[in-house]
Each structure stands twice: as structure tokens, then as C-alpha cells.
Design a protein around this ligand. Structure first.
Ligand SMILES: NC(=O)c1ccc[n+]([C@@H]2O[C@H](COP(=O)([O-])OP(=O)(O)OC[C@H]3O[C@@H](n4cnc5c(N)ncnc54)[C@H](O)[C@@H]3O)[C@@H](O)[C@H]2O)c1
Length: 354
């Protein structure tokens, strides 16, 4: 397939590009680089041994998008392009609605104008808010607690309406849990700028001595060891799910919504201890009070993804920790990122700046 990756130079998009090229698909990247470096594309080329066409383009630029899509035939689009920091979305809701929702509308219009009939969309477990039960099935009540989450829910609904209106159009709505880790080469990975919002990049920076210690928010949650529990999955497993979803759309023409997680809850303390053990490094931490808006446990029921896509997460927590650390030591800092940040504290939660 010839696949357009919107936001393909970002953390998840770059790993998906490697996997898709590895499976013999042709990929084209568009990205405005508001949270990524163009150098990432060079690294994807290095990893895949293929030339990757890339365009510096904002998905809200309908003219440029339509020109690109009419100049060559795309079989599908994967839509990663979004702003994703919960805290920032509370301060700048208009920017989030404009970038995420206007961008999706423009993209869907361009796809329609150019006859591109399959879309894979990056949604998030954030649409479940504070879940009533875990593991969370796709049928769980949807409730959002911040503007970022609201943009994801609105985009899901928008895409669903487009699929309903046009039976020839199908979409895979992928609800990611907590992607961590990096390509095993150490050449691409997550590059938050400023203070990381997510636990793993923060842990990496503490291990590297760039930050003093980790603060864990809450040691009295009703969980295995009192610290919050999340569903961390390796970004390469997540990337593979995109290839599976694209192949599902092409072969069935049916839309789907699936959770992408391991189905295993891991506490902050378990992650920190695994990281320290696997990478033989010290990780000083302090347990402080709970943070407003956090919840005890969020992890997926991934059975539907297994049933429909034949996908399941294969890499374990030790591998996630080793690969994240390899990227921290080898790859980080070579790609200079502009200001930006990573997905929300509330979804990955419970650890932050000292
Ligand atoms: N990383 C996570 O923890 C996580 C969890 C759940 C869902 N998601 C979603 O997955 C997607 C990818 O996340 P990521 O972690 O790779 O983020 P990222 O910021 O690393 O990647 C997103 C990419 O999109 C680009 N972009 C943003 N707005 C754009 C626009 N208007 N036009 C063109 N390019 C634009 C950015 O420059 C960046 O390269 C996002 O939609 C995010 O909301 C991420």
C-alpha cells in the first residue's frame, strides 16, 4: 500500500514508518514539525534502507494536502498529527481544538476530494477518563476530563459520522494506552522538550543525572503497592498494530475501534524498580501526595484487538526499560526538538519533576 503518515515524524509515527516500510508498504510523511525534528526522517531512512518522501506541511493547509494527495494515489492515511499535552490543553483550549479538530476536518475533506478511503486514527485511553472498571473494554463509558481528551472524543465521533455517511469509507480508531520505549537500535525514540509529562522519559532523565529525583504522586492508592497503575506498551508493538489495522481495513473495508495495551497493569514503583534493575542504575525517588485528577488504575482489555487484528503486545516491561534507556544514552539530543511536550500527566501519570 501507499500510505500517508500525518504527524509521521513524531514519536509513534516514526516507529510506525519503520514497521510499515519493513512490511513492504510505501510511506510518505507529512509533518509541520511543531513537536519533532526533520532529522527523524533521516533516521527512519537509515533504519529502513529506503528513501522516505517527506513534506513539511500543516494538516490544516487543505490546499497543500489536496495537492499532495492528488499528485499520487494513497491507499490510506494514518493520522498521528495532534497536540497532546493535557496541561497545555487546559491553558490553550482554542489551540487544541484548532490544531486537532480543524486538522482532522481538513484531512477528511482532502481524503474525500482525492478518493482516499481508509483512515487509521490515533485515539487515546484518555477517552475513558476515570474508568468504572478495569481492565477497560471498548464498550466502557466514555468521559473526558480535559480539552485534549475532548478533542480526541470529538475526532472519534467525527470520523464515525463520516464512516456512517459514506459506506465506502472505513476507519480504524486505535485507543492507545501508555506507549513507552524506543526502537531497539536507539536511533529513534521519544523526545519531549522541557520537563517531561510522562513517566518513562522522566525516569530516563533521572537515571542520566539530568534531573535530581523522581516524585511519585501518591503512595496510598488502592493498588498492589500504593502507587498508580497504568498499561505501558512498547512503541514497537504499538507501531505493528498500525500495520495490522491498515491491512484489516484494506481486506475487510470494515471500521473498528480497539484498545491497544498489554492488558497488564504496572505500578509506578514496579516500573521504576524494573528500570533500575535492567539498566543497573540508581533512580532516587520520593513519594509525595496524590495529584488532583489522577486515578488509581487504568489498563486495557485488549481482547478485541487480538480477535479482530490478530495483534497482541509481545515485548515485556524489561525490554521497554532497556530500549528507553538505550535511546536516552545513544539517540537523545542529536535531534534538536522545538518546544513542545508529550502526552498528558493524567494518562501516564503520577510522576513528575522534583
Ligand atoms: N504518546 C502518547 O502517550 C500517546 C497516547 C495516546 C494517544 N497519543 C496520540 O498519538 C498521536 C501521536 O503521538 P506522539 O506521542 O507520537 O506525539 P508527537 O508529538 O511525538 O507526534 C505528533 C506529530 O504530529 C506533528 N503535528 C502536530 N500537529 C500538526 C499539524 N497541524 N500538522 C502537521 N503535523 C502536526 C508534530 O510535529 C509531531 O511530529 C497523537 O495524536 C497523540 O494524541 C499519544
Amino acid at each position: 500500500m501507499n500510505i500517508l503518515l500525518c504527524g509521521g515524524a513524531g514519536y509513534i509515527g516514526s516507529h510506525a514508518a519503520v514497521v510499515l516500510a519493513g512490511r513492504g508498504h510505501q510511506v510518505v510523511i507529512v509533518d509541520n514539525h511543531c513537536n519533532s525534528s526533520p532529522d527523524v526522517v533521516l533516521r527512519v531512512q537509515q533504519l529502513t534502507g529506503t528513501r522516505i518522501e517527506s513534506h513539511c506541511l500543516d494538516v490544516r493547509d487543505g490546499g497543500a494536502l489536496t495537492a499532495l494527495m492528488s499528485a499520487q494515489r494513497f491507499d490510506a492515511v494514518v493520522h498521528f498529527a495532534a497536540l497532546k499535552a493535557v496541561g497545555e490543553s487546559c491553558e490553550q483550549p482554542l489551540a487544541y481544538f484548532d490544531n486537532n479538530i480543524s486538522g482532522t476536518i481538513t484531512l477528511l475533506q482532502a481524503m474525500r476530494a482525492c478518493g482516499v478511503r481508509h483512515l487509521v486514527f490515533s485515539s487515546s485511553a484518555t477517552v475513558y477518563g476515570d474508568p468504572e472498571l478495569v481492565p477497560i473494554p471498548e464498550t466502557a463509558r466514555l468521559q473526558v476530563t480535559n480539552p485534549y481528551g475532548r478533542t480526541k472524543l470529538v475526532m472519534e465521533q467525527l470520523i464515525e459520522d463520516v464512516c456512517r455517511a459514506d459506506p465506502g469509507f472505513s476507519a480504524a480508531n486505535l485507543r492507545y494506552f501508555n506507549p513507552v520505549g524506543a526502537h531497539p537500535s536507539g536511533l529513534i525514540g521519544e523526545s519531549p522538550s522541557g520537563v517531561p509529562n510522562n513517566l518513562m522519559p522522566y525516569v530516563c532523565q533521572v537515571a542520566a543525572g539530568q534531573r535530581d529525583h523522581l516524585r511519585i504522586f501518591g503512595g496510598d492508592w488502592p493498588t498492589v503497592d500504593g502507587t498508580g497503575v497504568r498499561d505501558y506498551l512498547h512503541v514497537m508493538d504499538l507501531a505493528e498494530a498500525h500495520a495490522d489495522a491498515l491491512e484489516y481495513l484494506a481486506s475487510t473495508q470494515q471500521s473498528l475501534t480497539v484498545n491497544l495495551g498489554t492488558g497488564q497493569g504496572v505500578s509506578v514503583r514496579q516500573l521504576v524498580e524494573t528500570f533500575a534493575r535492567e539498566n543497573d542504575c540508581a533512580l532516587p525517588y520520593e513519594i509525595v501526595g496524590r495529584r488532583a485528577g489522577d486515578v488509581a488504575e487504568v489498563y486495557a482489555d485488549p481482547a478485541l484487538a487480538r480477535r479482530l487484528l490478530g495483534w497482541e503486545a509481545k515485548r515485556d516491561l524489561a525490554t521497554m526499560c532497556r530500549d528507553a534507556w538505550r535511546w536516552q544514552r545513544q539517540g537523545q539530543g542529536v535531534c534538536d526538538m522545538p518546544d513542545g511536550s508529550d502526552e498528558a500527566a493524567t494518562s501516564a501519570g503520577m510522576a513528575s519533576a522534583a
